[in-house]
Design a protein around this ligand. Structure first.
Ligand SMILES: *Cc1c(COP(=O)(O)O)cnc(C)c1O
Length: 380
């Protein structure tokens, strides 16, 4: 018997119009460099986020690096970052020479704990060395508790970089994530809520800063008839073809958020009453895009565990994953400073959490297969 088609955690979901945009690029021979789709995609993303300017890039990781350069983060500078995240939030900043201090999650948002951040700021202030930036991450599409976190950063005059790679389309008090920091960014990697097959978007109200990043992202060429460089840059721009895919995908963003939220609700209905299962919360004022449906399993109550769920799903040819392993537990960051919320929340979320397949192209049968396998494991 042939194996059942694999169900992935979050696979690309094309709408169909992407090909029209790509065809346009071919017909005008705007294959490279840059071109009208790139310009339009930047404007459309900025408008959708509610900010003044966007810069289309080859990845979200590139956007993280450029935002750190824009706040003038240099070798030896300290920055604060959510511990519970994907390494790309900070890897390029560490490679720039920055020293991370990790901040725990709180149990209400699973995002950066305001009380842990306050302690970190207090210590930094006493030592006389404030961080150069605070990296806030909207994990799995859920907005951070901005009303608590932003005033703290403002109090110390430290700029926020908002990693909205997973949270495009999610809102906090009606405002789009990606628009809360001095800089914000989206990712269009293949597994994100919309995709260009690979890419990212840097966002800001500071148009001059975005222009500076644009200059760096295209090899930092001075305006001269020959290739002249007063600074060093990168080759980070998005191609016109991929921007065309992105323009068609952006039109589908609302639909994709609606679908992912519906999947979350369906999972909650089917699994929410099982013993020891808790779904990722949605804070007040928050509308998550539910990029991934994430839950925790209390083994004491459940009689099973997150890893057993992952194994049971794998037997059905279904991909699922543990929650991000926190940065303060990563071998590469051993010895880094860490501010826990109280109990180590992010370590606990990692130990017990599981991400269920949540692609907006999943059928209801696919979802039922997932919940069926989990319910069987619970003997339900
Ligand atoms: C995907 C992701 C990134 C990186 O985006 P890429 O486009 O893959 O470089 C950064 N931060 C978080 C939280 C992500 O999930």
């Amino acid at each position: 018997m042939p194996a059942r088609r694999r169900i992935y955690l979050s696979s690309p979901h094309m709408g169909g119009d992407e090909l029209e945009y790509v065809r346009e690029a071919f017909e005008a021979n705007w294959i490279a460099p840059l071109g009208p789709h790139v310009d339009a995609f930047e404007k459309e993303c900025a408008r959708s986020a509610g900010v003044e300017a966007g810069l289309a890039l080859s990845s979200g990781t590139a956007a993280a690096l450029l935002s750190a350069r824009l706040v003038d983060l240099r070798e030896g500078d300290v920055f604060f970052c959510s511990s519970l995240t994907f390494v790309a939030s900070l890897a390029p900043i560490v490679q720039l020479g920055g020293t991370p201090v990790f901040i725990d999650s709180d149990p209400w948002s699973w995002n950066m704990s305001a009380s842990a951040l306050a302690r970190a700021f207090d210590d930094a202030d006493k030592s006389g060395v404030l961080p150069k930036a605070v990296i806030l991450v909207n994990l799995y599409g859920a907005p951070c508790d901005m009303d608590k976190l932003l005033p703290l950063c403002r109090k110390y005059g430290v700029p926020v970089i908002e990693d909205a790679a997973e949270s495009m389309g999610a809102t906090y008090n009606g405002r789009q994530t990606g628009s809360f920091g001095k800089f914000g960014f989206y990712s269009f990697n293949g597994n994100k809520i919309i995709t260009t097959s690979g890419g990212g978007m840097l966002l800001s109200d500071d148009e001059e800063a975005i222009d500076r990043a644009r200059f760096w992202s295209a090899q930092a060429r001075d305006s001269a008839p020959w290739y002249q460089h007063s600074e060093l840059g990168y080759n980070f721009r998005m191609s016109n073809i991929l921007a065309g895919i992105g323009r068609a995908q952006l039109k589908l963003l609302d639909d994709r958020v609606t679908r992912r939220r519906a999947i979350f609700e369906r999972y909650r209905k089917a699994l929410g009453s099982l013993p020891g299962i808790t779904f990722m919360p949605e804070g007040s004022g928050c509308r998550s895009n539910r990029w991934l449906t994430v839950l925790t399993v209390d083994p004491g109550q459940a009689g099973t565990s997150n890893m057993k769920i992952i194994e049971a799903l794998e037997e059905e040819n279904v991909e699922s994953r543990p929650v991000w392993k926190p940065m303060h537990l990563q071998p590469v960051f051993s010895g880094a400073k860490y501010y826990a919320h109280g109990p180590d929340e992010s370590a606990e979320l990692f130990k017990n959490g599981v991400c269920l397949p949540s692609g907006s192209n999943m059928s209801e049968e696919d979802q039922d297969l997932v919940t069926g396998a989990i319910r069987r494991l619970f003997g339900a």
